[in-house]
Design a binder for this molecule. Structure first.
Ligand code: SF4
Length: 273
């Protein structure tokens, strides 16, 4: 039996080691690692003879990566969604039927879910929103918004995600708002945010709709002399009957990452802070 390749160095040894970048990554070592992760094909290096690429390719044992898990999770959810009747589901979700697909509005933009659970949209959020959309179809009980705003940590199933929610969602959004306040608020308005007369003395309280029946309330307190700014993202109590904590986390993370990318593109120096 041929020796299996599990180490990027073994692939690296066969490469030209010029770090020319023509394969789409900055170095030969990065290319070797990407091949093992299944993100690149050996044929992507124009300087590797096809015969050698073929031999190596037969020996490469691709590592299981996060993308594999993500793909597998999506396939599992898609199989369950494929059994749903979209026409009776649409009103419960606050969605519409368009040519047999479910049109679900996220931040003012429609995302189309096909009957097989596939996602049709060109928006930046694609990667992040697919799992939450599928869960929304499977879990949403159509509970109307209650107007009772609660912290993420109080939702069922949030315990294992709540640290992540504060560190990877609320905190980065606070830092973005501190550094690029006008842009952040412009973006929020662009994605359908509406001001709300609330909430705990915040300087800005904005409502956004990542899913039709899962609103987020973003509260931001500007920094004052001697005091740092504060930001929290609250959920309506009804969220616990319309989606799960993991999906809320993914949605928040996706939105903030999208804002970060958009602001990065607009910032003159090409950096955020
Ligand atoms: S194209 Fe080939 S030689 Fe160039 S960086 Fe990529 S792996 Fe290295």
């Amino acid at each position: 039996m041929m020796n299996e390749i599990k180490n990027p160095l073994e692939i690296y040894a066969a490469l030209a080691k010029t770090n020319c970048g023509q394969c789409g990554v900055p170095s030969c070592m990065a290319f070797a690692a990407a091949v093992l992760q299944g993100q690149k094909q050996l044929a992507g290096c124009p300087y590797l003879e096809s015969g050698i690429a073929e031999q190596l390719g037969q020996r490469v044992v691709r590592r299981r990566c996060l993308e594999d898990d993500h793909r597998q999770a999506i396939q599992l959810l898609q199989r369950q969604v494929a059994e749903l009747d979209f026409s009776s589901l649409a009103p419960r979700l606050g969605a519409r039927l368009v040519d047999g697909n479910l049109a679900i509005n996220c931040l003012g933009k429609d995302f189309l879910l096909t009957p097989a659970g596939g996602l049709v949209s060109e928006c930046h959020l694609n990667h992040w929103i697919h799992v939450p959309l599928l869960y929304y179809c499977l879990l949403c009980q159509g509970k109307e918004v209650q107007g009772e705003w609660v912290s993420y940590a109080t939702l069922p199933g949030a315990a294992e995600w709540s640290q992540y929610f504060s560190h990877r969602c609320e905190e980065p959004l606070r830092q973005l708002a501190d550094a690029h306040r006008e842009l952040v608020f412009e973006l929020l308005h662009l994605f359908g945010a509406t001001p709300v007369a609330l909430s705990g003395g915040a300087d800005h309280s904005l409502l956004i709709l990542p899913l039709p029946k899962v609103p987020f309330l973003i509260n931001y307190w500007e920094p004052e002399e001697g005091f740092a700014s504060k930001l929290n993202i609250l959920l309506d109590r009804s969220a616990e009957e319309n989606i799960n904590a993991q999906s809320i986390n993914l949605l928040a993370r996706g939105i903030i990452e999208m804002f970060r990318q958009l602001i990065l593109r607009h910032s003159k120096e090409g950096k955020l802070f």
